[in-house]
Design a protein around this ligand. Structure first.
Ligand code: FAD
Length: 449
């Protein structure tokens, strides 16, 4: 007998219609499709921070509108995923649940448990990565801990990357189950609503596609050099869209390779850009094999660092009042827009860890709450990279000098002037720590390990 019960498509961080294998497979079955998003309260999952909740609110609205244009709907439910899905299966008579995979420890455990308990067929797919974390292995069958050989192996598997088209129509169930109202989830901040500066973003699949197209038509030329300059608009700003799966890495890959094939963009620029996607892949590979990276140093020994507890200095860092203009500009950009340029993230993070000798996990948590692209794999791995305890990390004795970094990467001071307009006046604070002293202190603390 052919099973004709509805298929539940459980959206998680794949908030798009195109290149979405769970949705495409459900639609191709010809059975009714019930799209659902669950505000998941399963224990062991890291809850999204404030900026991510803002983004999620907008992205879900965009996804719901796109589904409605296909004659479908997005059902919203809140609670532990197992209980919500069991209830949905009972209410709708669904005989299958499809989803796209996630790779952090809490999600992997949850999904494995669901496969055992749900009274329906379950199928999972890859929408988030170019390679699955377990597919890229060393010659001896181990996972990688160094980026360059990882990327050589991973890239070698990407000769033929395919993208699935978006569906034009979805079959509806005879009766739609109830849905929560999105506004009741209160994802958008109120009292105070601090999100005014976030209007620079357009969450959702259409916004993601426009970002990619604009980047490839306007900014990829010179990306290899210019990507380190916070004062010019040279990077894609795709990171929040990729995090929420409004666009997938296969789509970015194919669009970039198509452009490269026309010869309109230089290979040094397209390859550099693709290798940044490679870092995203590598960090997911590391996270999958080391699920504890958000809380534990990957390299032993770092547990003995005499981290300082300094609430006043930490607060000055979060508020962009350290007296180091590049650090302060970055921290204010972050607070205002939910984003910070990659070069400045490195300098600001290094300042917290090395100049202030404050545990990288405190910085990681602040970024988690304030970044619109906050991502467990990328945030934790990059903080560990800066601190020196991560996979393939920056050497511990490398202490960025915020002043020379500013001279090199913001040579006209335009970025600093934009975010720290009082710089150079008596209103700007003096440095909260002396660079030479802080450098010596960091080297002594880290060198003693
Ligand atoms: P582009 O230069 O256009 O790069 C394209 C894509 O490649 C990005 O969208 C991103 O998905 C990926 N990418 C680029 N650089 C990196 C990198 N260093 N590591 C992993 N992937 C990368 N990125 C996040 O997505 N989420 C985070 O929570 C996050 N936290 C970070 C914390 C620190 C301390 C540091 C130093 C970096 C962090 N990054 C994080 C990485 C990087 O800063 C951002 O991905 C990048 O700035 C996003 O801008 P973009 O999309 O314009 O990048």
């Amino acid at each position: 007998m052919i099973d004709a019960g509805p298929v539940i498509v459980w959206f998680r961080r794949d908030l798009r219609l195109a290149d979405n294998p769970a949705l495409a497979t459900a639609a191709a079955s010809g059975r009714p499709v019930i799209p659902i998003y669950i505000l998941d309260e399963t224990p062991g999952l890291r809850r999204p921070g404030g900026a991510s909740r803002w983004w999620l609110d907008k992205s879900l609205r965009a996804l719901a509108a796109s589904l409605e244009a296909l004659g479908s709907r997005l059902i919203l439910r809140r609670g532990p995923a197992a209980a919500v899905l069991e209830e949905m299966i009972a209410q709708t008579g669904a005989s299958a649940v499809f989803w796209n995979r996630l790779y952090d420890g809490g999600a992997v455990e949850r999904d494995m448990a669901l496969k055992k308990v749900l009274a329906a067929e379950t199928r999972s797919f890859n929408a988030a990565l170019l390679n699955e974390p377990w597919e890229v292995k060393t010659g001896t069958g181990k996972d990688y801990s160094v980026f360059t050989p990882y990327w050589r192996a991973a890239r070698g598997r990407l000769d033929k990357v395919d993208v699935l088209p978006a569906r034009r129509r979805l079959t509806s169930p005879e009766q739609w189950p109830d849905s929560d109202g999105l506004s009741d989830w209160k994802l958008h901040p109120t009292n105070p609503d601090w999100s005014e500066g976030f209007s620079v973003w357009t969450p959702g699949e259409a916004g993601a596609r426009r970002r990619l197209d604009t980047f490839l038509s306007q900014s990829i030329k010179g990306y290899g050099e210019g990507r380190d300059r916070p004062d010019i608009d040279q990077t894609s700003r795709l990171s929040p869209h990729l995090h929420f799966g409004e666009i997938g890495p296969r789509q970015v890959w194919v669009a970039t390779q198509t452009l490269a094939a026309t010869g309109e963009a230089a290979l040094r620029d397209t390859e550099k850009f693709l290798s940044e996607l490679g870092w995203r892949e590598f960090n997911h590979h590391v996270l999958f094999h080391h699920p504890q990276i958000a809380t534990e140093n990957l390299k032993g020994g770092f547990g003995r660092i005499p981290w300082r507890k300094d609430i006043k200095a930490f607060r000055a860092w979060t508020e962009g009042r350290t007296g180091y203009p590049l650090v302060d500009a970055g921290m204010r950009e972050l607070w205002a827009t939910g984003f910070m340029h990659n070069r400045v993230r490195m300098v600001a993070a290094s300042f917290l860890v090395k100049h202030l000798l404050i545990d990288w996990r405190e910085g990681e948590r602040w970024f988690w709450d304030t970044l619109v692209d906050a991502d467990l794999a990328n945030n934790a791995a990059n903080w560990q990279w800066v601190a020196g305890c991560g996979a393939d990390a920056s050497p511990w004795f490398r202490v960025f000098n915020p002043q020379t970094q500013a001279e090199k990467f913001d040579p006209d001071g335009a970025y600093v002037r934009r975010w720290v307009p009082e710089f150079g006046t008596s209103a700007y604070p003096a440095p909260i720590v002396d660079h030479a002293m802080a450098r010596k202190r960091a080297l002594a603390a880290l060198g003693n390990l």
